[in-house]
Design a protein around this ligand. Structure first.
Ligand code: NDP
Length: 334
């Protein structure tokens, strides 16, 4: 059983080699399980920017990962041993199973997954998992109206690409912001109205041109300068969804927006949210997303890294924009 332990709290940008340690342990047996527990063979592990935050001891929505603990992570897999009367061997489950090949976990801490038409088990750490649910609730809680201008950053990533497509379904005009020309091309293929490369020296000018009626909803995945550029274009009574701030997660001194006064002049709102609070409502979202998937209204892309031992480098790749779509690690063959 390969396990990856969190071994050193980084300051600033993390070094995958120093931050994590790979260990080999025996595969647990039935005698290792307490009543109510199951043993899950993990197939796919989700890599998320939030993992950088879980390494810090600053006050947050979840406790930090402890040193020498198996690194925390959402994953999907199959039950291979069970001492839980509600879950049987062969059931597929999703949960915080960690960076390891086999996980012992309480049955009440996993969600049983049922195959849906046109979907794979990986979708339960993608569009039916944390990032898809984030896109759905983060955007729709703000009730976009047909004709609204919706801007999303990190637009070619797991969350952003779904935000843009849901906004299109709801009749909005959608502008995606991403870090390369190739990513922008993909966004236009997905049906985004405009795609802007934030590395283009004329980015600010192009954003202004693309938002003649200003921005009704800005779904912020990145923070930093891009948040400021969008604040400058926020519409009267506009709304900013503070979903993430990936540009700041590795900064020793994260910086807030300089142009927050636009919230005053435009009577706009900026609101943070954490997807864990919506867990009870996931079935509603999964039903909608599954329908849109089957109708071809939502498309998703995956960036799959092979082998658990490559997870530490994979996590760093997220911060360098290697991925288009959802970043996953293939841990075991299905
Ligand atoms: P993504 O699939 O979007 O991957 C991260 C992307 O961020 C990269 O591909 C890269 O694309 C972009 N990026 C990296 N560094 C920077 C930078 N300095 N400036 C601008 N863009 C950058 O990841 P997720 O979809 O998993 O997560 C997206 C955001 O949503 C994160 O901020 C995450 O923390 C947040 N989130 C929040 C949740 C919540 O409950 N609030 C739940 C889930 C996610 P590019 O090439 O375009 O730079």
């Amino acid at each position: 059983n390969t396990q990856i332990l969190f071994s050193k709290r980084p300051i600033g940008i993390f070094d995958p080699k120093e931050t994590f340690t790979i260990v080999k342990t025996p595969i647990p047996t039935l005698g290792d399980l307490k009543d109510g527990q199951i043993l899950v063979k993990i197939y796919y592990l989700s890599l998320d920017p939030a993992m950088r935050g879980w390494m810090n001891t600053t006050r947050s929505y979840i406790k930090p990962v402890e040193i020498n603990e198996v690194m925390r992570g959402q994953a999907v897999g199959e039950i291979v041993l069970s001492k839980n009367p509600k879950l049987k061997v062969g059931d597929k489950v999703q949960g915080l199973l960690g960076w390891q090949e086999y996980a012992i976990i309480d049955g009440q801490d996993v969600r049983k997954i049922t195959p849906l038409p046109g979907a794979s088990i990986r979708d339960y750490v993608g569009i039916f998992g944390g990032t898809g649910m984030t896109a759905y609730f983060g955007l729709l809680d703000g009730k976009p109206k047909p004709g609204d201008t919706v801007v999303v950053s990190g637009a070619a990533g797991a969350t952003g690409s779904i935000v843009g497509q849901i906004a299109k379904i709801k009749g909005a005009r959608v502008i995606g912001i991403a870090g390369s020309e190739d990513k922008c091309k993909w966004l236009l293929n997905l049906g985004f109205d405009v795609a802007l490369n934030y590395r283009d020296p004329k980015f600010a000018e192009k954003l202004a041109k693309a938002t003649p009626n200003y921005i009704d909803i800005y779904f912020d995945n990145v923070g930093g300068d891009i948040l400021d550029h969008c604040l400058k274009r926020i519409a009267k009574n506009g709304r900013i969804v503070l979903c993430g701030a990936i540009s700041q997660y590795n900064e020793k001194q994260p910086k807030g927006p300089a142009f927050y006064t636009a919230l005053i002049t435009q009577r706009a709102k900026m609101e943070g949210f954490i997807i864990f609070d919506y867990a009870q409502k996931f079935p509603i979202a999964i039903k909608d997303m599954s329908k849109w998937l089957q109708e071809g209204k939502i498309k998703r892309r995956e960036f799959i890294i092979d082998g658990l031992e490559n997870a530490p480098n994979g996590l760093l790749k997220l911060f360098n924009g290697f991925n288009t779509g959802k970043m996953l690690v293939k841990v075991n063959d299905e």
